[in-house]
Design a protein around this ligand. Structure first.
Ligand code: S3P
Length: 444
C-alpha cells in the first residue's frame, strides 16, 4: 500500500474515559475563512486575515484563487495576506479547479465564476462528485450564466463571458451556500439580486460583504444586493468555529467529570442551533458573550461545559438549519440520553459529505442503539453504547462525532476512513488527547 492509500485509510481508536477537562481554542471558522479569501481576492487593496482555518477545504479555495492569478501569502498557518485583484482582475485558470471535499468552495465559486469573462471547470473528490449542484446552477442560469452540470452533479462547466442580470429567487431549500453563490454573482449583475430564504441560514456572506464596503439589505426572510458596488480591502479576524467547538461541547456533556473551557468561539445566531438543542436536552453550558467582534462583525464568546444527564427531546424543526453541521452530534447525544429523541425536517443531511442520516444510523446500530431511520431524520431511543467498528464513509464530522461518543461507550470504538477530518479540523486528535480523551490515530 502506498502512503496515499494508507492516509486514506487512517483510523481512530477511542476508549472510554471518565473525565475531560481543560481549555481549548478551536481552529478558525470554515465558512468565514472561505469567504474571507474570496472577497479579499475580489477587493481593491491588501486584505489581512487572522485566525484563518488551514483545513484542506479552505486550502482548496486558496489554491483555486492562486490558479486564477491572485497573490496570497500565508504566514504561520493562520495569517493570510491577499493582494486583491479587484472584481475584474481574476485570470483564466489553465486547468480544472479542484475543490477537494468542499461543497462550500464549489458552490460559492460557481456563483463567482459564472460572472467572469473566462471559461472554467470546477471539480472535486469522490464525495463532492456525488453532491447536488443544480440547486446553484439553476438560479445562476436564470441570472444569465452558462453553466452545465453532469446530470446534476459536478464537474461544473462554466462558459463565462455572459453578462448577468439580478433576479429575485425563492430558494426551495434553506442553503447559505446557494444564497452566497447568488450574492457573489450579484456583485456583477445589472439590477438588484434578492434571495428569499425558507428558513434562516448562516449570514457570514452578508456580514462580510458589509465589511468590505458592499452592504446588503435585509427584509423579513430575504436579502438583497444592489448593483454597482465594489469591495475595499479590510482586516478580517476569524472566530473559532462553533461547528468544531460543538464536538467538545458534547464531550464535556457526556463525560462523568471535568470542565471544558472553549475560547474565542463564533456565536453568530445563525449558527447556534446546536447550543439550543443540547441545552433543551439538559446540558450544563454557560456562554460568556464577549463584546461583538469589532473587526469581523461576528459575535465571539467563551463557552464553559460540564457533565449533564441528557434527556431525549423532539428536536424543534426550526433549529435544524441552524445546527445543520452539528446534527451528527445530536444523533450521538440522543443515543446517550434518557428517553426518546425525534429528529425531523433534516432531509438536507442526506446531501452532505455523506448521507449523514444513513451513516449515523448505521454507526449507532453497530453500537447497539435502537434507531429508526426516516427520510427526513430518525427516532432514537437513548441508552448506552457498546463498542464496535464504525465506517465514517470518509465524512469528517461523522468521524469526529463517533470519536467523542467513545468517551461514554462501554468498550473501544474503532472508526475507519477518518483522513478527511483534516478538511475542517486539523489538530482534532491532538486537542482531544489534550483534554483527556483516549484517542489513537492509526494508519490503516
Ligand atoms: C455552509 C453552509 C451549509 C453547511 C456547510 C457550510 C457555508 O451548507 O452545511 O458546511 O459555508 O455556507 P448549506 O448552505 O448547503 O446548507
Amino acid at each position: 500500500m502506498n502512503e496515499k492509500q494508507l492516509i486514506a485509510q487512517r483510523s481512530f481508536l477511542t476508549r472510554p474515559v471518565e473525565q475531560v477537562s481543560g481549555q481549548v481554542r478551536v481552529p478558525g471558522d470554515k465558512s468565514i475563512s472561505h469567504r474571507a479569501l474570496m472577497l479579499g481576492a475580489l477587493a481593491e487593496g491588501m486584505t489581512q486575515i487572522q485566525g484563518f482555518l488551514p483545513g484542506e477545504d479552505c486550502l482548496a479555495t486558496m489554491a483555486a484563487l492562486r490558479n486564477m492569478g491572485v497573490n496570497l501569502e500565508q504566514s504561520g498557518t493562520t495569517s493570510v495576506q491577499i493582494e486583491g485583484a479587484g472584481l475584474h482582475g481574476l485570470q483564466a485558470p489553465v486547468a480544472p479547479l479542484d475543490m477537494g471535499n468542499s461543497g462550500t468552495a464549489m458552490r460559492l465559486f460557481a456563483g463567482l465564476l459564472s460572472a467572469q469573462a473566462f471559461a472554467s471547470v470546477i471539480t472535486g473528490d469522490e464525495s463532492l462528485l456525488q453532491r447536488p449542484m443544480e440547486r446553484v446552477a439553476m438560479p445562476l442560469r436564470e441570472m444569465g450564466a452558462a453553466i452545465e452540470t453532469n446530470a446534476g452533479r459536478p464537474p461544473l462547466i462554466i462558459t463565462g463571458g455572459r453578462s448577468l442580470c439580478g433576479i429575485e429567487y425563492a430558494m426551495p431549500v434553506a442553503s447559505a451556500q446557494v444564497k452566497s453563490a447568488l450574492l457573489l454573482a450579484g456583485l456583477y449583475a445589472t439590477g438588484p439580486t434578492t434571495v428569499i430564504e425558507p428558513a434562516v441560514t448562516r449570514d457570514h456572506t452578508e456580514r462580510m460583504l458589509a465589511q468590505f464596503g458592499c452592504p446588503t439589505q435585509r427584509a423579513d426572510g430575504s436579502v438583497s444586493l444592489m448593483p454597482g458596488g465594489h469591495l475595499t480591502a479590510t482586516r478580517i479576524e476569524v472566530p473559532g468555529d462553533l461547528s468544531s467547538a460543538a464536538f467538545f461541547l458534547l464531550a464535556g456533556s457526556i463525560a462523568k467529570r471535568g470542565e471544558l473551557v472553549l475560547e474565542h468561539v463564533g456565536l453568530n445566531s445563525s449558527r447556534t442551533g446546536f447550543l439550543k438543542i443540547i441545552n433543551k436536552m439538559g446540558a450544563n453550558i454557560k456562554v460568556i458573550d464577549n463584546a461583538p467582534g469589532k473587526v469581523t462583525g461576528e459575535r465571539i464568546g467563551t463557552i464553559i461545559v460540564g457533565p449533564a444527564r441528557l434527556r431525549g427531546i423532539d428536536v424543534p424543526m426550526e433549529l435544524v438549519p441552524l445546527a445543520i453541521d452539528e446534527m451528527p452530534l445530536v444523533f450521538i447525544a440522543a443515543a446517550l440520553a434518557e428517553g426518546q429523541t425525534v429528529i425531523s425536517g433534516a432531509a438536507e443531511l442526506r446531501h452532505k459529505e455523506s448521507d449523514r442520516i444513513r451513516v449515523m444510523a448505521a454507526g449507532l446500530r453497530a453500537l447497539g442503539v435502537d434507531i429508526e431511520e426516516r427520510p427526513d431524520g430518525a427516532v432514537i431511543n437513548g441508552g448506552s453504547l457498546s463498542g464496535g467498528e464504525i465506517d465514517s464513509a470518509g465524512d469528517h464530522r461523522v468521524a469526529m462525532a463517533f470519536a467523542v461518543a467513545g468517551i461514554s461507550a462501554q468498550d473501544p470504538i474503532r472508526i475507519i476512513d477518518t483522513a478527511n477530518v483534516a478538511t475542517s479540523f486539523p489538530g482534532f486528535a491532538d486537542s482531544a488527547v489534550r483534554i483527556g480523551m483516549n484517542l489513537e490515530v492509526t494508519d490503516g
